[in-house]
Design a protein around this ligand. Structure first.
Ligand code: AHR
Length: 501
């Protein structure tokens, strides 16, 4: 056995209250996320709306509190009016972001209906690519205004007497990216976002808005983009977005698993930039963060490059996740929890079929990918207060990232339930590591369960034929000795140690 790792937690030293919306997700009109994912009329498990109930069950199991919609890159060419009203009148469109045909058979109102069934809220994005202020005010009226004017009355005519009351709205998507339809520089976007924000809040002052941050940390404009966009929008938005995907392109697992250390740094840099603008403006307002796209994404890249354009709902971005991907997803969740005071919304991108924890086959079953499990555990047990992790661990270096702790960990205190849950990833690929949790301020405690996700093969996956190849067991060995918990963390494992305190 190698050196031990240790975590000290104290109930009085909290990072902050965890917002339930940290465990949000994302459905884009992309690939088979909607068509063949959440919506498949004619499927044996489809309800009267064509919603797959087997998928709804898995979404409910995850207790996803909010789902971002309809994009992603898709939103930058979206005419939402095409997607409402009688289905027979809906237009087929060339969808330029993903080079497919969008039939609009499923649209805005259907998504609101689906979200109700999934017991989740909608986080809606407006198109600031091909469109702008006018469309932004109209869709907020259609969605949230009670009636008595053209767009809100149109919603009523479409069968929705009551407003949808969508509270969180994204001002476009990844507008810093040259791949984006209607890509803008920071000043152009800052101005467009400000003007859209003003009219959206004039229609409904109760909404909250998310301005686009950089598409990822390595964008050449990262930093300047955030500062300029916030210069324009600071007083009019509540959140700034972050997006980040990682891949193990070089099959270098130690580096891949260390990527969440970069993610910590990324979040810290965005907070610093927000606070710099706050200082410049002598503002009292604290900008919050919406990490509204994050995941592992790379397995499907080659297949997507070979895809024929202009198909209807082709299988795009269908990453089949393996065990090591689940470990990084666990580490990324811990990174966000470490910043629970500022990161208030998180959206695992995405939810079904497209880089997703849930997979389906057309006419067939629905199953859980490996990454389903860390997300499930965090969503179920990671609610309450995130505690400051005074953690020590043996470390390793890679060529790109140094000082990587083998054990990544954090504790969450759920006072109402009288529980502390410790999440821990052992990044060591060869050795089990002893782990000690010092719960000094909590007094006596007992172990409720020690859940472990482990597999001898880092590349092991779940498939429709073998859906339980990678799945957690409850056989971890965490045990209490006074106010200390001792456990050994299996090599390459995700651990959830639930304690009654
Ligand atoms: O989630 C897939 C894509 O990744 C989204 O459409 C886009 O916003 C990001 O680049």
């Amino acid at each position: 056995m190698a050196d031990k790792a240790k975590l000290i937690v104290d109930k009085d030293f909290a990072i902050g209250e965890i917002d339930d919306r940290l465990y949000g997700s994302f459905i884009e009109h992309l690939g088979r996320a909607v068509y063949g994912g959440i919506y498949e009329p004619g499927h044996p498990e489809a309800d009267e709306h064509g919603f797959r109930t087997d998928v709804l069950q898995l979404v409910q199991e995850l207790k996803v509190p909010i789902v971002r919609y309809p994009g992603g890159n898709f939103v930058s060419g979206y005419n939402w009016e095409d997607s409402v009203g009688p289905k027979e009148d809906r237009k087929r469109r060339l969808e330029l972001a993903w080079r497919v045909i969008e039939t609009n058979a499923f649209g805005f109102n259907e998504f609101v209906d689906w979200a109700k069934k999934a017991k989740t809220d909608v986080m809606m994005a407006v198109n600031l690519g091909t469109r702008g202020t006018d469309e932004a005010r109209n869709i907020v009226e259609y969605s949230n205004h009670p009636g008595g004017a053209y767009w809100s009355d149109l919603r009523r005519k479409h069968g929705y007497e009551q407003p949808h009351n969508i509270k969180v709205w994204c001002l476009g998507n990844e507008m810093d990216g040259p791949w984006q339809i209607g890509h803008k520089n920071a000043v152009e976007y800052g101005r467009a976002a400000l003007e859209a924000a003003k009219v959206m809040k004039w229609v409904d002052p109760t909404i909250e808005l998310v301005a686009c941050g950089s598409s990822h940390r390595n964008m050449p404009t990262f930093g300047d983009w955030e500062a300029t966009v916030l210069d324009h929008t600071y007083d009019h938005v509540e959140y700034l977005s972050l997006h980040q995907y990682y891949g193990n392109h070089e099959n270098d697992t130690p580096t891949f698993l260390a990527r969440s250390v970069e993610m910590d740094d990324f979040i810290g840099s965005v907070i610093a930039t927000c606070d710099y603008v706050k200082a410049k403006k002598r503002s009292k307002k604290k900008m919050l963060l919406s990490f509204d796209e994050w995941n592992v994404w790379y397995h499907s890249n080659a297949a997507d490059r070979a895809m024929e354009p202009w198909q209807e709902a082709p299988p795009q971005l269908e990453d089949i996740y393996n065990h090591e991907d689940a470990l990084l997803v666990g580490c990324m969740l811990i990174s966000m929890l470490k910043h629970a005071d500022r990161v208030k919304i998180g959206c695992l991108a995405q939810l079904v079929n497209v880089i997703a924890p849930i997979m389906t086959s057309g006419g067939g079953g629905a199953w859980r990918q490996t990454i389903f499990y860390p997300f499930l555990h965090a969503s179920l047990y990671g609610r309450g207060k995130a505690l400051v992790p005074l953690a020590t661990s043996p470390k390793y270096d890679t060529k790109q990232i140094t000082d990587v702790p083998y054990v990544e960990t954090i504790a969450v205190h759920n006072e109402a339930q009288g529980e502390v849950t410790v999440f821990a990833v052992n990044r060591h690929l060869e050795a089990e590591l002893p782990f000690e949790i010092d719960l000094r301020s909590f007094g006596s405690c007992s172990v409720l369960e020690h859940i472990v996700l482990q597999h001898d093969d880092l590349k092991a996956v779940n498939t429709e034929a073998n859906p339980d190849n990678v799945k957690p067991h409850k056989g971890g060995n965490a045990a209490v000795d006074g106010t200390t918990v001792h456990a050994s963390l299996a090599k390459a494992s995700w651990n959830v140690i639930r304690l009654k305190v």
